[in-house]
Design a protein around this ligand. Sequence first.
Ligand code: ZN
Length: 327
Amino acid sequence: MGKSGESPRLLGIDVGGTKIALALGDESGHVVARTRRPTEPSGRIGDDLDRLAEDVRKLAGQAGLEPAELAAVGVSLPGPLDVEAGVVLSPPNLPGWDRAPVRQHLADALGAPVYLENDANAAALAEWHFGAGRGLRSMVYLTMSTGVGGGLILDGRLYRGVLASAGEIGHVPIEWGGEPCSCGQRGCLEAYVGGRAWMERLRRITPAESHVAELAGGRESVRPEHVVAAARSGDAFALSEMARWDDYVARGIVMVVMALAPEAVVLGTIATAAGDALAFEPIRRQVKAHIWPHLAPRLRILPAALGVDLPYLAGLSVAVEGVRSAG
Ligand SMILES: [Zn+2]
């Protein structure tokens, strides 16, 4: 909750492949108004951004604010993007948004400062400001969703690297020449633990007569959540798939810990859904066995804390970061 007397003058926008979420709130993550709609890209970037500016105007209006009274508008977008120039490069799910001047267009339309961040970095900022990483100086966030996105908070700030592409831990090859990845490379961490890759594997290898196939209503419909549910009831195939997943996640984390020595690694969707016994405990054991002993007691491997609020707080945290960087 926000501190009393603090006025909610930050507005966050999360532009997802299917939904756009907007939130009006303050620096402590207290949200006073929120809204959500389907993304519906028109193919004409100017029209899409004008519609987005109208969404902002309406939401700010609910708190009696003109857009120009906003201290910052933060936008979380699919990468890659040029943060300095405020330009989106080529988001696969947003036709017509190639080299889109999002920051300039929205700033002109709203009369407020606008800041952009790619979605994985924005999610890392949100977990750092408002979620599992609160109060830490260094943390690594891994989305563990359809794909494996990542964001790095190092020594008290977001580390972006070239084209804000740092933290793409999902695309570090952990098996040379291994499974093909959606990015075009082979053997990436995402090709083993990303939700889409795992689902494709499961539809290939799940025995037709199995508890997992039964839960899914057929092996062609198997999803990671069916493996999690079957593993909870002790099913051997599900437990072996879960153990394989944990093992690969641990390989990714070991690399991150030895490279960056963060205080925490925060894991999103699939890990959070699988929980302690099926994911966090085995992952912690594996990681501990493969990193230097003096690092182990200082490392926490934690579930993401924001859940369904993440899109709203991702945009908002970009606005928070914008205000801090400007001040
Ligand atoms: Zn890849």
